[in-house]
Design a protein around this ligand. Structure first.
Ligand code: ZN
Length: 235
C-alpha cells in the first residue's frame, strides 16, 4: 500500500505535479542509493520502470542552503532545491519536519524546502524565496505555497532552550511542558517573505499522532520518510 497526500491549492495548476507519498513499512536510507532510487521508482511509477531518471534530491543537513538545480541527482550539503526545468522531480524527505513547496505559475518555477525547527531558526523559507527573486526576478506575491504534514504543536514537545531560539508566542505551555508551534512559525515566515495569505496552505495533519500512519521520527525513530515531490510537467 502506498499513501498519498494531495495539495488542493495546486488543483487548478495543470502544468504542475505535486504530492507526498509513502509506504508505511519502508525503511529506506539515501545512504543506500540504489535501493533508495528503486523505492522512488516504486512510489512514482508503481512498477519501478525508470522514473528515477528525473529525480532530484537533497542531502538535507538541517541547514539553510538552497540550490538551483539543472539536472537530476543527489545534491550534497543543501536543504532546498529550486528549478525552472520541466520534468525534474524535486524531492524533500521528511519524518516530522515540513516540506515547503513553492510554485510560480507565470514563470513556471518551483522550489522544495526542508524546514524543521533548525530550518525555521535559520530562515530557510526566506533563503529559498530570496534565491528565486535573485535568480529569476520572482515577485513573492506571485508565488503559491503549500506545506506538507509535519509534527504539530499537539506533539512537538521541546526543551527550555527553544525560548532562546524563537519568539515566545511560538511556544505553548501545557502543564509543565513546552510545545513548539511550527505551524504558526512557518505561516509567519511565509507571510514575512511576501507570500499572500490566500496563496498559501499549510497542512494541519500531525505526522506524529494522525491516524494516517505517516512516517514520524519522534514516534518511531524510523528511517522511513514522507517523499514530498513537486514537478513542472512541461509541454
Ligand atoms: Zn500530534
Amino acid at each position: 500500500m502506498i499513501g498519498e497526500i494531495k495539495y488542493p491549492i495546486f488543483r487548478e495548476q495543470k502544468q504542475l505535479s505535486c504530492h507526498s507519498l509513502w509506504k508505511p513499512t519502508a525503511e529506506v536510507s539515501i545512504e543506500r542509493r540504489r535501493e533508495f532510487l528503486q523505492y522512488l521508482d516504486l512510489l512514482f511509477t508503481g512498477d519501478g520502470s525508470g522514473g528515477e531518471k528525473h529525480v532530484v534530491y537533497a542531502q538535507q543537513v538541517h541547514g539553510n542552503k538552497v540550490l538551483t538545480v539543472p539536472s537530476a541527482g543527489l545534491y550534497s550539503d543543501c536543504d532546498g532545491l529550486a528549478t525552472g526545468k520541466s520534468h525534474l522531480k524535486l524531492i524533500i524527505r521528511t519524518a516530522d519536519c515540513a516540506a515547503v513547496m513553492l510554485f510560480h505559475p507565470g514563470k513556471k518555477l518551483i522550489a522544495n524546502l526542508h524546514v524543521g525547527w533548525r530550518g525555521a531558526q535559520q530562515k530557510m523559507i526566506h533563503h529559498g524565496i530570496h534565491l528565486m527573486m535573485q535568480e529569476w526576478r520572482v515577485q513573492p506575491q506571485d508565488l503559491l505555497a503549500t506545506v506538507s504534514p509535519f509534527i504539530q504543536s499537539c506533539c512537538y514537545e521541546v526543551g527550555n532552550e527553544f525560548y532562546d531560539y524563537f519568539d515566545h508566542h511560538l511556544l505553548i505551555r501545557r502543564k509543565d511542558k513546552i510545545y513548539f508551534d511550527l505551524q504558526s512559525c512557518i505561516r509567519e515566515q511565509l507571510i514575512e517573505a511576501g507570500i499572500h495569505n490566500d496563496r498559501l496552505e499549510i497542512s494541519t495533519t500531525c505526522t506524529c499522532c494522525s491516524t494516517l500512519g505517516l512516517p514520524s521520527y519522534r514516534r518511531d525513530k524510523t528511517l522511513n520518510r514522507l517523499i514530498n515531490m513537486i514537478e513542472i510537467r512541461g509541454e
